[in-house]
Design a protein around this ligand. Structure first.
Ligand SMILES: O=C(CO)COP(=O)(O)O
Length: 135
């Protein structure tokens, strides 16, 4: 599965803890991240991650392009709901595309836990079927 990991600055420590806790599960998948989030995760876990641009420089849009191309299976995005982001339109666009393409998106730790367990249980296998139909 292709999984994107994104966290706003105030949530990066949470993302690091989350990926440390679920490293055993995440390492079985192909990981993507916005620039700084990916760097923080790799530094603390050693997980191999394809890093896009930083969010404000277009990273959310790059991940959105993968969604639009039916090439992303799940997104964990720890958003900061208390801080204004300069690239708010990009963030909204990414979440909108997840809804357009029914891509599982967790925007906080509580829902991310559920998604990870669903992933481990095989609940996201339907994505492989849909992805293989691409073309
Ligand atoms: O801003 C972000 C997502 O909207 C995250 O970007 P960084 O991971 O580069 O901090």
């Amino acid at each position: 599965m292709k999984i994107a990991l994104i966290a706003h600055d105030e949530k990066k420590d949470d993302m690091v803890r989350f990926t440390e806790a679920y490293q055993y599960s995440l390492e079985k998948h192909e990981l993507f991240a916005t620039g700084t989030t990916g760097l923080r995760i790799t530094e603390s876990t050693g997980l191999e991650i394809h890093r896009f641009q930083s969010g404000p420089l277009g990273g959310d849009q790059q991940i959105g392009a993968m969604v639009a191309d039916n090439n992303m299976d799940m997104i964990i995005f720890f958003r900061d709901p208390l801080t204004a982001q300069p690239h708010e339109p990009d963030i909204s666009a990414l979440m909108r595309l997840c809804d357009v393409y029914s891509i599982p998106l967790a925007t906080n730790m509580g829902s991310a836990e559920i998604l990870i367990h669903a992933l481990e249980r095989g609940d996201l296998k339907w994505r492989e079927i849909i992805r293989d139909k691409k073309g």
